[in-house]
Ligand binder design. Structure first.
Ligand code: NAG
Length: 171
């Protein structure tokens, strides 16, 4: 069960990431990196019927040189009342790896980062990836409680998702 679940999550993530690849705009343009931070009470790192947005969460965009690993850009931001953030960044980040990470949760009871899941939203900020316009949407970032809700297996079943086994690292 755990395996089925992980594969589904990975495929979903891959589909999201692949939609970010590819853009056409002039390199000097400013880009808006847009995303949201969510409390994920089931510790599954995707949105469920139990998840809700986190206003006032701190996020950070970091771009590093793909070859040398040197950090070229760091921009911090905070989510608005809807749990959404927008970071404005110059568009010239070719040959760099840019990622948004969740830094700090406003909710002490929903401030844990689930280990072994993707906690950074990687985004293409290069000059020739085929995406029109200046908005770049990232995958959501998640904070969770230390322990998932007891109702989560049923919540996931109701969503048509096989919950992970209780020995799984998600629990
Ligand atoms: C990235 O690092 C490599 C190796 O140090 C360097 O040759 C290259 O010019 C750097 N690229 C940028 C865009 O800074």
């Amino acid at each position: 069960m755990a395996k089925t679940f992980s594969v589904v999550a990975l495929v979903a993530t891959a589909l999201c990431l692949s939609s970010l690849v590819g853009s056409a705009y002039s390199q000097n343009d400013q880009l808006h990196v847009i995303g949201k931070v969510i409390c994920d009470p089931c510790r599954v790192s995707f949105e469920t019927t139990a998840s809700y947005p986190l206003p006032g969460a701190q996020v950070q965009l970091v771009c590093t040189n793909r070859t040398s690993g040197v950090v070229k850009e760091t921009i911090q931001g905070t989510t608005d009342i809807n749990g959404a953030y927008q970071l404005t960044v110059d568009g010239d980040h070719q040959d760099e790896i840019c990622e948004v990470e969740a830094l700090k949760s406003p909710e002490p009871l929903c401030s844990s980062l689930v280990p072994k899941t993707i906690k950074n939203a990687r985004i293409s900020l290069t000059g020739n990836s085929g995406v029109a316009g200046s908005d770049r949407f990232t995958n959501p970032l998640f904070f969770s409680p230390e322990k998932s809700l007891e109702s989560c297996p049923q919540i996931l079943l109701d969503m048509g998702i096989l919950p992970p086994g209780t020995d799984d690292f998600y629990y």
